[in-house]
Design a protein around this ligand. Sequence first.
Ligand SMILES: *Cc1c(COP(=O)(O)O)cnc(C)c1O
Length: 390
Amino acid sequence: MTSAPASGGIARNAAPFLHGPEVQAMSEVLASGQWGHGPVTEQFERALADYLGVQDVVALSSGTAALLVALLANGIGPGDEVVLPSLTFAASVQTILFTGAVPRFAEVDPDTLCVTAQTVLDALTPATRAVMPVLYGGRAVDLTVIHNQLRQRGVVVVQDAAHAFGSRTATGRVGADTDVATCFSFDPIKNLTTGQGGAIVPRTREEAAHARRLRLFGVEQSAAERAGATSYTVAGPGLRFDLSPINAAIGLVQLEHFPAIAARRQHLWRTYQRELSVLEGVALVDVGVDRSVPFNCVVRLPDSRSRDAVFRALHRQGIGVGVHYPPNHTQPAFARWHRALPATEQVAGQIISLPFHPGLDDSGIGQAVAALRQAVKAISPPRHLENPGD
Ligand SMILES: *Cc1c(COP(=O)(O)O)cnc(C)c1O
């Protein structure tokens, strides 16, 4: 069996990009004998903090672990409600439930697939203790107009920036805003990858220390302090959520090459934008590309009937299409927290994620868009059951 090239072209919806030196970097960690939490993980944390222009970063074993630990470090638990969009990866919702809190699903703006200050306000209840905006596609979510209001109500903002490593807000990098705790994912298909991993940008030293205890068994002392002592203090809850140096070594190489990857993702997104601008019946979901490092490329079809037909046609031709995401408020596991979200339900039926990763090139995009054009043309006209266009 021959293996597909690592980049995968348009057959893959998303894929990691191997620069090469990752292999050597991992070998060096293996040869060093330090396979558990150690200096390379801490070096990766410092490199991330330098890149983001922040004081500190806490590396975790996954983006999911980062979200869970950030919620726990902010005291979220039983009796609390966390507002988040229904249109996100199930991981966001599961982390809330694992703290003992419950999700409160909010609507998204169909143009950006992100929550807005208004949809967050609409979802708040007296039990809300946290808001988890999801930076869909890499777009920063700006809630500054309601930050004071949220603070007065005792609501913290823990953002799911799994898609948004490298993106910018109006004032700086995503993660640099000290009003919000930011969680990144470094899983294989994210803008920056460690194979598997994640990180929190904490707002305070206390939050950082708390997160570090939660990621290693609740132990107060650092690994270095523990090595020179006959005992240690278990100060609170904690599990194993630390990032292996084997993964951190991948991350250090990926971070070194990140500016080129960020530029590549912006270029590819703009190429799609140009090619799709002349295609009728297909609307591109805007990621705010000038400030964002795009994570994906999502288009909207007029209705779910045409979406399903186009998806099937592209899939049949071996084009790596996806849907991000089936909404969570209609999932069986989250049925108790279902509420009517008409805008989310409508847009979730319209979206398709096109192939998007750094291994693509302009001709691949040309092929994907040509296939999309054919598939859209082949749809029989709608029977006027739904209002086309929007
Ligand atoms: C990837 C992702 C996560 C989870 O991150 P992992 O590193 O895969 O655990 C959470 N939320 C969103 C929106 C994601 O895309």
